[in-house]
Design a protein around this ligand. Structure first.
Ligand code: FAD
Ligand code: NAP
Length: 545
């Protein structure tokens, strides 16, 4: 029922409110509405579905785990109906896929597009969430599910002179729908992460000149995309169940056949052979599909790092530029998320591309005509920020979320995120996260991780309804236990050494806490399944009064 309170305000009631219409929001809506037969509303600030793939339309954007893996597994019919055109699908095709999913399951009718959720407050007396939007709508719902994405809130550094550039300013995570014409333009791009490494080679081919501002060099390795081989597609379609099973058996939700336990156990000749083979395979093969100790042991890591540096030097003609593009020995390989690239390093052999080291000479000021570093002034027509995301918490904190006792989520997470299994937080009853902090999240095949969480949440709600519970909230001591365990696992690896977004280290002032669960998706799934089987052990369920 919808009641009009005033000319512009409406209040309605739903069983659940979901925020976001990316992979997570779409599947959550499908389960809530079509499996659980609940009334679910979805709010999405964009004017279409797709999430990441709606916003990140920059040139070169594509997934870097194979398309057959980077897709929903919940519907065999969907798996059979959809055909990927490339081994690693590009952004337009992934967006088309998600639009297809939304049409196939008739999801759009329950999504309010162009609508941002501004606040969600838990009403303890009613045991319900009061959710408001920037369009003046209020929805009262039992369940609040922010599927707002872990990498959806752009990090835009506010350099001195921010906003003064008079040319076109672009953010990779909010790329204009109509595209950008780079012909004849001088372009500057800040950042050399996974996004920039995809965009730079494509922009360099189109623009008159490209200046790349690099603070930290990155260990990129070749993606090796190719058109989808119809025989491979047929083979996968005939064996999708096995493929998904193999994905679940693997650490990161993508199987790697070459993986060996330790780089230390091999002779230098065997190691070189193994590295070369993984290099030729492309994608994440060298990073997580080569040796099991690459991210655990300094010596094993150095072997891989030396190998990648050697490859970079071989690909870049000017030794001085190559030296700048090589991550230093102090920066372990793969402790920042490994970018997969296509001709990135060769791009610096072009006459129209210049690399500027902003580690030695930081950006001093954005100017109307370009920018100034402490080493010089640069002029261009277009300035691109490829500066990443305020991961995990950014989009959550953009909403005013208040749990029991009016406590804000910002306050509860002031020393870093606190969750049980990355699914719920103490004092925020009936609020569920999808691929939240302290779950395998961004170090797992995300569509599969999203399915796992959506299904856990749907089962939990079914359990609550069946047993007459009105609220579920994580226990503090179980959160403590899980956070300790997540930290112990991370500390056993080299990952916390990096200044990465996994730790929040890319955002000034953000607490440095490793936010990803590194026990692997398979083990994690066992943990949360056991929790459910034991009546949601670690959570407190409140019976209806
Ligand atoms: P998102 O897709 O981020 O969707 C969240 C949605 O919530 C957005 O549409 C946003 O507009 C909306 N939203 C947020 N706040 C509000 C609000 N207050 N009100 C209303 N709406 C709101 N993962 C992989 O596993 N493999 C890959 O190869 C891979 N490639 C990637 C490439 C790029 C360029 C990026 C940025 C990420 C990539 N990822 C990859 C991670 C990717 O984010 C996930 O795979 C997946 O798309 C996340 O889906 P989601 O639905 O959880 O979140
Ligand atoms: P990112 O990895 O955080 O990279 C941001 C870049 O901007 C870094 O080079 C960073 O330098 C630079 N930067 C940020 N703030 C700066 C400042 N104040 N001054 C100078 N430089 C600054 O972000 P991203 O490239 O968008 O990637 C984020 C994640 O999205 C990836 O790790 C991945 O998970 C996902 N992604 C995946 C793909 C894919 O291939 N499928 C593609 C794109 C993104 P520093 O390193 O020095 O901080």
């Amino acid at each position: 029922m919808t009641q009009t309170l005033s000319g512009t305000q409406t209040t309605s009631v739903a069983d659940a409110v979901v925020v976001g219409a990316g992979f997570a929001g779409l599947y959550m809506l499908h389960l809530l509405r079509d499996k659980l037969k609940l009334k679910a509303r979805v709010f999405e600030s964009a004017d279409g579905v797709g999430g990441t793939w709606y916003w990140n339309r920059y040139p070169g954007a594509r997934c870097d785990i194979p398309s057959h893996h980077y897709s929903f597994s919940f519907s065999e019919e969907l798996q059979q109906e959809w055909t990927w055109s490339e081994k690693y699908a590009a952004q337009p095709e992934i967006l088309e896929y998600l639009e297809f999913v939304a049409r196939k399951f008739d999801l759009n009718k329950d999504i309010s597009f162009g609508t941002r959720v501004s606040s969600a407050h838990f009403n303890e007396a009613e045991q319900r969430w009061i959710i408001t939007t920037d369009r003046g709508e209020t929805v009262v719902a039992r369940y609040f599910i922010p599927a707002v994405g872990t990498l959806s809130d752009a990090n835009i550094p506010k350099f001195k002179g921010h906003g003064s550039f008079q040319g076109q300013v672009l953010f990779t995570g909010k790329w204009p729908k109509e595209g950008v014409n780079f012909a004849g333009k001088r372009v500057g791009i800040i950042g050399t992460g996974a996004t920039a490494m995809q965009a730079i080679p494509v922009i360099a081919e189109q623009a008159a000149h490209l200046t790349v501002f690099q603070r930290t060099p990155n260990y990129g390795t070749p993606l090796r995309n190719e058109p989808m081989d119809p025989a491979v597609d047929r083979e996968v379609k005939a064996n999708y169940r096995t493929l998904r099973q193999q994905a679940w058996e693997s650490f990161a939700g993508v199987p790697f056949e070459r993986l060996k336990p330790s780089a230390l156990a091999d002779s230098p000749e065997e190691r070189r052979k193994q590295y070369e083979a993984c290099w030729e395979d492309g994608g994440f093969s060298l990073w997580i599909g080569c040796y099991g100790d690459t991210l655990f042991d300094h010596t094993a890591n150095r072997y891989a790092a030396d190998f990648v540096r050697e490859k970079i030097r071989a690909r870049v003609q000017d030794p001085a530029v190559a030296a700048l593009l090589c991550p230093p020995e102090s920066q372990a390989y793969g402790t920042k998320r490994q970018p997969c690239e296509t001709h990135y390093f060769e791009t610096f052999n072009r006459d129209n591309v210049r690399l500027v080291d902003i580690r030695t000479h930081p950006i001093d000021e954005i100017l109307p005509t370009g920018l100034r570093t402490t080493g010089g002034e640069y002029t261009f027509d277009i300035l691109i920020y490829a500066t990443g995301f305020d991961a995990f918490t950014g989009a959550m904190f953009k909403m005013d979320i208040r749990g029991a006792g009016g406590r804000t989520l910002q306050d509860y997470w002031s020393a870093g995120p606190r969750t049980l299994y990355g699914l719920g937080a103490h004092g925020f009853p009936n609020m569920f996260f999808i691929t939240g902090p302290q779950s395998p999240s961004v170090l797992f095949n995300m569509p599969l991780g999203i399915e796992m969480h959506c299904e856990w949440i749907a089962d939990c709600i079914t359990h609550m309804n069946a047993h007459g519970y009105t609220a579920i909230s994580a226990n503090t001591e179980d959160e403590d236990r899980w956070i300790r365990h997540t930290k112990e696992l991370a500390d056993a690896t080299l990952l916390p050494e990096a200044t990465s977004w996994y730790l929040g280290a890319n955002i000034p002032g953000k607490p440095r806490v490793f936010m990803v669960y590194l026990g692997g998706g398979k083990h994690y799934k066992e943990v949360i399944s056991r929790c459910a089987a034991e009546g949601y052990a670690g959570f407190t369920l409140t019976p209806s009064s």
